[in-house]
Design a protein around this ligand. Structure first.
Ligand SMILES: Nc1ncnc2c1ncn2[C@@H]1O[C@H](COP(=O)(O)OP(=O)(O)OP(=O)(O)O)[C@@H](O)[C@H]1O
Length: 323
């Protein structure tokens, strides 16, 4: 399986217009994703994770400005494509989205099989028969018996609905599937079985994933890489094992110390304070206010320090250079 680069995100920015001012939801994000890699974008609520997914897939609310920066998919800057080109060439066929609320992604009055087949009917112009056959295969891949194709969304359990939405994303065999909190509304056993489905698809198909979540435990199931987001920016990106065992940024360290473990003697430690507002965010390191290790330099923006191959951290503690 090729391990070359699939997507390069450079200086990606997304702002929303609001009555209180502009919200800088994604504020200069740089990331690289390889083929057959699962990148987890981890972060607290409101840090801009969903906005990052929306900017990548261009599923933007009306009050968003067009995203700026570059998003190169297999070398092509897809941000430069027109909406029409993006819809025809990229969304669903090469990049698909699985959202948190499966019920919202499904039309309640259309049988799920037809909905799963729809991307093939629209984007590939396949016949109904052929598309339904492929939909049945996709159902099997996600662990749903094909006779469920004939059911309506309300006849499926929450976990089944989420699998059906996953089948809809898989049906066109895209290179990349972006999952935005795909299991957060589900119980832990259903979460685990969906994570297993994702792992199997990754191994069998070589698909790449960007998994967006606030949940460290879920993310560790699938992650090859972890990018930690804070206040619109990525503060650390590393291989998953390294991130989970030896994180370098003080925020990453505090986040890992806040995760409860079974049979752990000490109490998990919460992180005091709150993230800054994304309307007029502070200059310098955005975590500085909450950071026990802050020092004078933190009032300037920390550059990205390359600690080892593919391990970047935006923190002055790790920067050898001058500001
Ligand atoms: N349509 C919108 N208009 C204005 N502000 C928005 C809009 N959508 C999101 N925001 C703001 O942008 C920031 C980032 O939100 P986003 O939903 O991307 O974060 P998140 O990390 O995905 O959070 P959550 O996990 O709670 O969804 C937040 O300050 C949020 O209030």
């Amino acid at each position: 399986m090729s391990s070359g680069s699939l997507m390069e995100i450079e200086e990606l920015r997304l702002r929303y217009r609001t009555e209180d001012g502009e919200v800088f939801a994604v504020d200069g994000v740089n990331l690289e994703l390889r083929r057959n890699e699962a990148l987890v974008v981890l972060g607290e609520s409101g840090c801009g994770k969903s906005s990052l997914a929306k900017a990548l897939l261009r599923t933007l609310p009306r009050n968003a400005y067009p995203p700026s920066g570059q998003v190169r998919l297999a070398g092509e800057n897809v941000l430069a494509l027109s909406e029409e080109q993006f819809r025809r060439q990229i969304r669903w066929t090469r990049m698909a989205l699985v959202m948190q609320a499966a019920m919202n992604a499904l039309n309640p009055v259309v049988r799920v099989g037809e909905q799963v087949a729809e991307p093939l009917r629209i984007h590939r112009r396949w016949s109904k028969h052929r598309a339904m056959q492929r939909a049945a295969e996709a159902f099997e891949e996600v662990g749903i018996a094909p006779d469920f194709l004939q059911r309506y969304p309300h006849e499926l359990s929450g976990g089944m609905r989420q699998r059906a939405v996953l089948a809809m994303a898989l049906v066109t065999e895209p290179d990349l599937i972006i999952l935005d909190e795909p299991t957060s509304a589900l119980d832990v056993l259903t979460q685990a079985s969906i994570m297993n489905v994702l792992k199997r698809i990754k191994n069998e198909r070589g698909t790449s994933f960007i998994l967006i979540t606030h949940d460290v435990a879920t993310s560790s199931e699938l992650a090859d890489r972890v990018a930690l987001m804070y206040a619109g920016r990525i503060v650390e990106v590393a291989d998953a094992e390294l991130f989970f065992t030896r994180p370098a940024h003080p925020y990453s360290q505090m986040l890992m110390a806040s995760v409860p473990h079974l049979r752990q003697k000490e109490h998990p430690k919460s992180i005091p304070g709150r993230p800054p507002s994304l309307i007029d965010p502070p200059s310098g390191c955005r975590f500085a206010d909450r950071c026990p290790k802050r020092f004078a330099r933190c009032s300037a923006d920390p550059p990205a320090a390359n600690l080892r191959p593919r391990h970047w951290v935006n923190c002055w503690l790790h920067s050898r250079g001058d500001s």
